[in-house]
Design a binder for this molecule. Structure first.
Ligand code: NA7
Length: 534
C-alpha cells in the first residue's frame, strides 16, 4: 500500500532561505514543515550573536526584496546593520507572514533517508521523532557547522569559553577579564574590535593574518532612509546585474592599464569608501593576474604599517602566504588600531604554536598564558559541513557524505543524481555572493520546479548523472586561473579541524551570478529536460 507522506515538503533550517521558501510554498498551497535546531528563526543571524557581529554588506541590499510592503515598513538604522537589528528584521518577517506556525524549533535533523517505494524522504530528528515528506529542501546554510580547534585540552579549561557561533543569549561582560581570542577570520576581527574596548587584557592568537579593510559604517537618519527607499527599484536592479549581486562590481580596467598615479588614487578612494568596494569593485584582473594582485597587496600592506605603531606587530599582521582578496576580506572598524592599545597583545602562533589548552589558559611553545575567558573564532566546516552532519541517504542507501568525499557533485547546486526529491538552497556549486539575492532566485527557481511537478503530477525529480557531471566540470573550469582557488580557506573547502578536509576543492560557483541565473532559467524554460521527472 502506498502511504501518503506527512508533508509535501520538509525544509531543514529556518534561516533566510528556509523562511522565504516556506512563504513561497504556502502560496503554492503545499503542506510544509520546517525543522529548526535553534529556538528562534534567523539561521546565521540567530546563532552568530558574538560581540561585534554585523553585516559587511549594505543592510538595504542584504534584505528580502520580494515584497514592496515589507520594504516599505522596515527602516535600517545603520549602513551595515549589527546582528541584533538583522535578527529583529528576520523575526519581523516571520511575524508578518505568520511563518512560525509551520516551524518546529529545537528540532535538529539527524538523518534523512530516501524511500524509493514511496518516493519520499523519512526524516528523523535527534530526539528520535520522525516525519516523512515528498520533497526534502535543505536550507542549512553554507556557514553553519561551527568547528572547534583540534587542540589538546580544549575541554579542560575551567574558565568561560565559547565558540562565536554558539554565543550565549545572555549579555557577556569582559570588564576586568583576561580574554583570549583564537582565530582572525571575519568573525575573529569583529570580535577582537569589540572585546578590546572593555577587557582587562585581550590576547589574540593568530595563525594566519588576513587582509582586512575599513568598513566605514555610519548611521542612517530618516531622510537618508527615505532616499535609500526611493532608490530601491534601481538598487535591486543593479544587484541583479553585478557579478556577485553586490552593489560593488569590478572596475572593467586592468591594474596596469592606468598610470601609477591614477592607480594609487583609485585605491586610496576605495580604501576610504564604505564596504566591500576595495575587494569587489577593484581592477578586473586583481584575482587573476599575479602582478596585479601583488600591487594591491603592497598598497594594503602599507596601510597596515601606517596604522599599527609597533613595526614588529605590523609585520605579523600582514599576510605573507596569500594575496589581497584571495580569501574573504574581513571588514574592520579600527581593528589595526586595537594593537596600539596597552591591553592588547598579538601572539603569532605560526611562530610559537599552541601546545595545549590548560585548565587555566593557553600554553604555546614558548609561554604559558592565564585567562578568564577563551573565545574560539575558529570558523566553520563550510558549505558541505552542514550536509555532512546529517546522515543523508539516497537511492539504495548511498550516503551523500561518501558521494561528496572528494568534493561536491551537483546539477546547478540544487540537485544530485541518486538523491531524488532533494533540493538544495544555497548549496555547493551555487553563486553565493550577496546571499539574500541568491536566496531569492534559488527559492523562486525551486518553487517553480515544485509548481511544475504539482501541475504535471510528478512525484520524482532527479538530476541526470550526465548533467551533474557537466555542471560539476563547468564549475571546476570556472575556478581555473582564479587565485582564490590556490589558497587554503573555507572558500576552498579546507578546514584543518575536520578530518579529510585538508585538500583544496572547488565548492563554489565562481562565474557571474547573471550567468548562473541564466542557466537556471534556461533549464526551467524548456521544462527541466536536463532532469528526470516522473
Ligand atoms: P574563518 O574565516 O574560517 O576563520 C577561522 C579562523 O580561525 C582563522 O583565522 C583560522 O586560522 C583560525 N583557526 C581555525 N582553526 C584553528 C586552530 N586549530 N588553531 C588556531 N587557529 C585556528 O571563519 P570566520 O568565522 O571568521 O568567518 C567565516 C565566514 O563567515 C566569513 O568569511 C564570513 O563570510 C562569514 P587559519 O586562517 O586557518 O590559519
Amino acid at each position: 500500500m502506498v502511504t501518503t507522506p506527512d508533508f509535501d515538503v520538509i525544509i531543514i533550517g529556518a534561516g533566510m532561505s528556509g523562511l522565504y521558501q516556506l512563504h513561497r510554498l504556502r502560496e503554492l498551497g503545499l503542506t510544509a514543515r520546517v525543522f529548526e535546531a535553534g529556538t528562534g528563526v534567523g539561521g546565521t543571524w540567530y546563532w552568530n550573536r558574538y560581540p561585534g557581529a554585523r553585516f559587511d554588506s549594505e543592510s538595504y541590499s542584504y534584505q528580502f526584496s520580494f515584497s514592496k510592503d515589507l520594504l516599505d515598513e522596515w527602516d535600517w538604522t545603520e549602513h551595515f546593520a549589527g546582528q541584533p537589528e538583522t535578527l529583529r528584521y528576520l523575526n519581523h518577517v516571520a511575524d508578518k507572514y505568520d511563518l512560525r506556525k509551520d516551524i518546529q524549533f529545537r528540532s535538529r535533523v539527524k538523518s534523512a533517508w530516501y524511500q524509493e517505494a514511496t518516493r519520499s524522504w523519512d526524516v528523523t530528528l535527534e530526539d528520535g521523532s520522525r516525519a516523512s515528506c515528498r520533497f526534502l529542501i535543505t536550507a542549512v546554510g553554507p556557514l553553519s557547522a561551527p568547528t572547534m580547534p583540534t587542540i589538546p585540552g580544549v575541554d579542560s579549561f575551567k574558565g568561560e569559553s565559547c565558540h562565536t557561533a554558539r554565543w550565549p543569549h545572555e549579555p557577556v561582560s569582559f570588564v576586568g577579564k583576561r580574554v583570549a581570542v583564537i582565530g582572525t577570520g571575519a568573525t575573529g576581527v569583529q570580535t577582537v574590535q569589540e572585546v578590546a574596548k572593555t577587557a582587562k587584557s585581550l590576547t589574540v592568537f593568530q595563525r594566519t593574518p588576513n587582509w582586512c579593510a575599513p568598513l566605514l559604517n555610519s548611521k542612517i537618519g530618516p531622510e537618508e532612509m527615505a532616499e535609500i527607499r526611493a532608490n530601491y527599484p534601481a538598487m535591486f536592479q543593479r544587484c541583479m546585474e553585478t557579478f556577485s549581486c553586490f552593489l560593488h562590481t569590478p572596475d572593467p580596467r586592468k591594474t596596469f592599464d592606468v598610470s601609477e598615479e591614477e592607480r594609487q588614487a583609485f585605491w586610496e578612494k576605495l580604501y576610504a569608501s564604505p564596504g566591500f568596494g576595495i575587494w569587489l569593485g577593484n581592477f578586473s584582473d586583481m584575482l587573476t593576474d599575479r602582478e596585479a594582485n601583488a600591487a594591491i597587496s603592497a598598497f594594503v600592506a602599507n596601510k597596515i604599517r601606517q596604522r599599527v605603531k609597533d613595526p614588529v606587530t605590523a609585520e605579523k599582521l600582514i599576510p605573507k602566504n596569500h594575496g589581497f582578496g584571495t580569501r574573504r576580506v574581513p571588514m574592520e572598524t579600527r581593528y589595526y588600531e586595537v594593537y596600539n592599545q596597552d591591553n592588547v597583545k598579538l601572539v603569532d602562533i605560526s611562530e610559537t604554536p599552541i601546545a595545549c589548552i590548560t585548565p587555566t589558559g593557553i600554553e604555546t611553545s614558548d609561554a604559558d598564558y592565564e585567562f578568564d575567558m577563551i573565545i574560539y573564532a575558529t570558523g566553520f566546516d563550510a558549505i558541505t559541513g552542514s550536509f555532512d552532519r546529517i546522515d543523508i541517504r539516497g537511492v539504495d542507501g548511498a550516503r551523500l557524505k561518501d558521494r561528496w568525499k572528494h568534493g561536491p557533485e551537483t546539477f546547478l547546486g540544487t540537485t544530485v543524481d541518486g538523491f531524488p526529491n532533494m533540493l538544495m538552497l544555497i548549496g555547493p556549486h551555487m553563486a553565493l555572493g550577496n546571499i539574500p539575492r541568491s536566496i531569492e532566485h534559488n527559492v523562486d527557481w525551486v518553487t517553480d520546479l515544485l509548481r511544475y511537478a504539482r501541475d504535471h503530477h510528478i512525484t520524482r525529480i532527479e538530476a541526470t548523472a550526465d548533467e551533474v557531471k557537466t555542471w560539476t566540470d563547468h564549475v571546476k573550469e570556472l575556478g581555473e586561473g582564479n587565485l582564490l582557488f590556490e589558497v587554503n580557506s573555507w572558500m576552498t573547502g579546507v578546514n584543518t579541524n575536520v578530518e579529510g578536509k585538508q585538500v583544496r576543492i572547488v565548492n563554489r560557483y565562481s562565474g557571474s551570478a547573471p550567468a548562473y541565473r541564466a542557466r537556471c532559467d534556461e533549464v526551467a524554460s524548456h521544462d527541466y529536460r536536463e532532469m528526470a521527472l516522473a
